[in-house]
Ligand binder design. Structure first.
Ligand code: ADP
Length: 304
């Protein structure tokens, strides 16, 4: 297997999804209409998004082998993700997300259990092979101290760091000095700025405030409105592609996976942002999360 250029350090979950006529009340049992299970977790999602777009990507994660965790790792391998840095403890349960979707997808209820994601030890981070990498990518479903140490090691090795500060967690602001590129949605940007003592503000101002804390660039994603990008050259808004949205869950994961793929290839920012938004637009126009993520040729077709 060739050497990866992108290493994603992140979570792997099994998503268990039931569709019901509505959400249950406390203590109530409802008859659901459909059940499905699929591979999820922000780390797995972003690694798969990059792999589908042709990146050489590895995933560093922890997937317990109880409850059929081995099949989750096999599925990642089948997507072309380098899984050699995935620890597979025999006596742990993988992460799980239990999702109830109410009628017409109008509402949902989610409970996640970190499982083996929550026990990723510092020793695993110390052992990560960083030679030859261009980018290290992390989200916030793992212990924050593991992410902090990985970013510290990446910088010492000349590898750029991308933090997708999602889901927002108190204390994550301490990671900012070690981040080259911060990617957040508008809610996460506001939560971070509030923690830092700032007030409510427009995305551009939020991004500028966050950039002053360390990252050389900040991307605030704005759903159907696109995104706002701030770097040393200034601030810009890039509108989203107009598509009929079918399922926007996982849009941010596709955006991150596509953006880092384009940046690792050396694409200019302008092009990398268009590429990422094209990939995210395709993903939101289809049902599912990983199921909806596009392959390279589909994105190139849209960009023609
Ligand atoms: P998150 O999933 O992290 O909350 P957003 O909702 O901001 O992230 O979406 C991430 C990106 O996905 C946006 O910047 C945009 O490019 C794309 N996107 C999201 N929703 C739509 C939509 N309805 N139409 C077109 N593109 C969308």
């Amino acid at each position: 297997m060739s050497v990866a250029e992108i290493l994603v350090l992140g979570s792997v979950n099994r998503d268990l999804i039931v569709h019901a006529p509505r959400l249950p009340l406390p203590g109530e049992t409802l008859r659901g209409q459909r059940f499905g299970s699929c591979l999820g977790g922000k780390g797995a999602n972003q690694a798969v998004a990059s792999a589908r777009l042709g990146a050489k990507v590895a995933l560093a994660a922890r997937v317990g082998l109880l409850e059929n965790g081995a099949a989750m790792v096999e599925q990642l391998k089948g997507e072309g993700v380098d899984t050699r840095a995935i620890a597979q403890p025999a006596d742990e349960v993988p992460g799980v997300a239990l999702i109830v979707v109410g009628a017409e997808d109008a509402e949902n209820q989610i409970v996640t259990v970190a499982g083996s994601n929550g026990t990723l030890p510092l020793a695993q981070v110390e052992a990560l092979e960083l030679a030859g990498l261009r980018w290290l990518v992390a989200q916030q479903e793992l212990p924050l101290e593991s992410i902090a140490r990985a970013f510290e090691r990446a910088h010492a090795a000349g590898v750029k760091t991308l933090l997708n500060a999602a889901p927002y967690r108190p204390g994550c602001e301490s990671l900012l000095p070690r981040v080259d590129l911060l990617v957040v949605n508008a809610l996460e940007a506001q939560a971070l700025v509030t923690t830092l003592g700032g007030g409510a503000a427009e995305p551009e101002a939020l991004a500028q405030t966050l950039r002053a804390k360390g990252p050389s660039a900040v991307l605030v994603s704005l759903g159907a409105e696109g995104l706002c990008w701030v770097d040393a050259q200034g601030t810009r808004r890039v509108p989203a592609r107009r598509v009929k949205a079918v399922d926007t869950v996982g849009a941010g994961d596709t955006l991150v996976g596509a953006l880092v793929t384009a940046l690792a290839e050396g694409q200019a920012i302008e092009n990398a942002l268009s590429f990422a938004q094209a990939a995210a637009a395709i993903a939101v126009s289809r049902a599912g999360v990983q199921d909806a993520m596009p392959h390279r040729d589909e994105v190139e077709q849209l960009l023609k």
